[in-house]
Design a protein around this ligand. Structure first.
Ligand code: PEP
Length: 250
């Protein structure tokens, strides 16, 4: 049975005071217990966030990590460093990492391998740009992101993978993929995984949708059969909105 998950990607927002404030506000709210809730603050606040959530079911994830285990990589953070402060989950391949930090599928494949070798859960993000969608190339593009970035993993490793379909044209733009567009792509992803691995693996992996999810549209998107939750950007920075999205599941 796949899990329902709502993850908040805080990006480069929230200093330490704001982190504590937002987490306190979240902890005060009643959250749907059927949903695994994850927050991803910046690196500097991961350990504090984890400690602040010690008496809560909310999990803390990193937004990125380096593929090497250690070494001369100024400014980078390794899987062991994350695990050392209690972080077991990492977002990989977010479109902002792909666009601004030139992370391509080959690099992401290495990051995925490292995360899984270190027994972390990888939230693997993918999704097409607007021009891929308008030219009708979106299915091919997504298939190649999956094949080149992820499909080198062993069947047994899928238990530690969560997928996040995030059409780039819908991230931070206020433009949301329609629930039907999200469902269509999520079903395509399951079909692609079935062909490469098995129907069981395809059915067991949680596929989140991300792109301008708000309290007003979450229920309709999460109501689609192949949508198992959301990766939330802007709306995750407001406790009331984030809680409403978590509680939008039927
Ligand atoms: C994201 O950055 O992953 C995201 C989905 O952002 P937003 O919800 O703000 O569109």
């Amino acid at each position: 049975m796949r899990k329902k998950i709502v993850a908040g990607n805080w990006k480069m927002n929230c200093d330490i005071a704001h982190t504590y404030e937002l987490l306190d506000q979240l902890k005060e709210r009643a959250l749907n217990e059927d949903v695994e809730v994850i927050v991803a603050p910046p690196f500097t606040n991961l350990q504090s966030a984890n400690q602040a959530l010690i008496d809560s079911d909310i999990l803390v994830a990193a937004q990125n990590m380096h593929q090497a285990t250690n070494g001369a990589y100024t400014g980078e953070v390794s899987a062991d460093m994350l695990k050392g402060v209690g972080i077991e989950t990492v977002i990989l391949g977010h479109s902002e990492r792909r666009a601004y930090f030139h992370e391509d599928n080959a690099l992401l494949a290495k990051k995925v391998t490292t995360a899984l070798e270190k027994e972390m859960t990888a939230i693997f993000c993918f999704g097409e740009e607007l021009e891929d969608r308008t030219s009708g190339n979106h299915f091919n593009l997504v298939a190649s992101q999956l094949k080149e970035g992820l499909f080198h993993i062993e069947a047994a490793d899928w238990k530690d993978v969560v997928l996040a379909y995030e059409p780039v044209w819908a991230i931070g733009t206020g433009e949301t993929a329609s629930p039907e567009q999200a469902q269509e792509m999520h079903a395509f992803v399951r079909k692609t995984i079935t062909e490469a691995y098995s129907e069981d693996i395809a059915n067991d992996v949680s596929i989140l949708y991300g792109g301008s999810v708000k309290p007003a549209n979450a229920a309709e998107i999460f109501g689609k059969p192949d949508v198992d939750g959301g990766l939330i950007g802007g709306a995750a920075l407001d406790a009331e909105s984030f809680a409403a999205i978590i509680n939008a599941f039927e």
